[in-house]
Design a binder for this molecule. Structure first.
Ligand code: SAM
Length: 255
């Protein structure tokens, strides 16, 4: 019986699992981390492609079954625990390939971005609407904090959609596979990263407000700063590119 609270929706279709592996662009020398191996189907296919797989499963019962199921796979290291608490920083360079437990999609992505120095890419199966937010460009309703955080450190691409009927049990929403390539250098350079993220979060905390109003919290005279930068203070946050957010936060840092 699948545990709903642990986000257990399993993928069985080998053609979909193969497409995921293709998207991940794996090589014989790769180390792959899989979060939530579940029944171990994807894990086995990964183990046949790469040098080593580290698979982290939280569920006691699944973990016990996986130990038996994967006993012959010498290059799979099974970890029993919470993927949010794993020390990714202690691993050499790796790729992530995972059908993420959906109840922790965003925390997992932020946890992995924190460990980005050791990560080459992440191929993640996630809710379609989260994939759309991650890859969104300025101007639409999907564009926001998550898009900017990911696109600051990485280049995300929505690769393909997996209809909900492909999972067992069938979840409420469709999924998508995203490939997130970690950049060697951040997509824009800023003087103060913390301020950059604070400006973004503050701007989007009141999405429908004009920048000159929402960003007053950070600096009273933000309206003049926006004008000085050639950014119309009446614009709303979802219209600003990452470059414009970078210029704005650098301008606010100046004073
Ligand atoms: N990889 C399998 C597949 O594609 O069929 C299972 C994917 S299922 C969406 C998510 C898996 O993550 C489940 O096996 C679940 O038990 C496991 N899981 C849930 N929370 C976890 C956590 N915090 N850390 C590690 N694994 C977790």
């Amino acid at each position: 019986m699948a545990k709903k609270h642990l986000g257990q929706n399993f993928l069985y279709d080998p053609s979909i699992l193969n497409r995921i592996i293709q998207v991940a662009q794996l090589h014989g020398e790769d180390l792959v981390v899989e979060i939530g191996p579940g029944t171990g189907r994807l894990t086995k296919m990964l183990a046949e492609k790469v040098k080593k797989v580290v698979a982290i499963e939280l569920d006691d019962k699944l973990f016990a079954k996986l130990k038996i199921e994967l006993a012959d796979y010498q290059n799979v290291e099974l970890i029993h625990g919470d993927a949010l608490n794993y020390s990714y920083e202690n691993l050499p360079q790796f790729k992530v390939v995972s059908n993420i437990p959906y109840y922790i999609t965003t925390p997992i992505i932020f946890r992995l971005l924190k460990a980005r120095k050791n990560i080459e890419s992440m191929t993640l199966t996630i809710q379609k609407e989260v994939a759309e937010r991650i890859t969104a460009k300025p101007g639409g309703k999907d564009y926001g904090v998550l898009s900017l955080m990911v696109q600051y450190y990485a280049k995300p691409k929505l690769e393909f959609i997996i209809p909900k009927g492909a999972f067992r049990p069938v979840p409420k929403v469709d999924s998508a596979v995203v490939h997130i390539k970690i950049l060697e250098r951040t997509s824009v350079s800023v003087k103060d990263e913390e301020l950059f993220f604070r400006v973004i979060k503050t701007a989007f905390s009141q999405r429908r407000k004009m920048l000159s109003n929402s960003l007053k919290k950070i600096q009273e005279d933000v309206k003049e700063k926006l004008v000085e930068l050639g950014i119309d203070p009446n614009r709303r946050p979802e219209t600003l590119s990452i470059q414009e957010f970078a210029r704005l936060s650098d301008m606010l840092k100046r004073d």
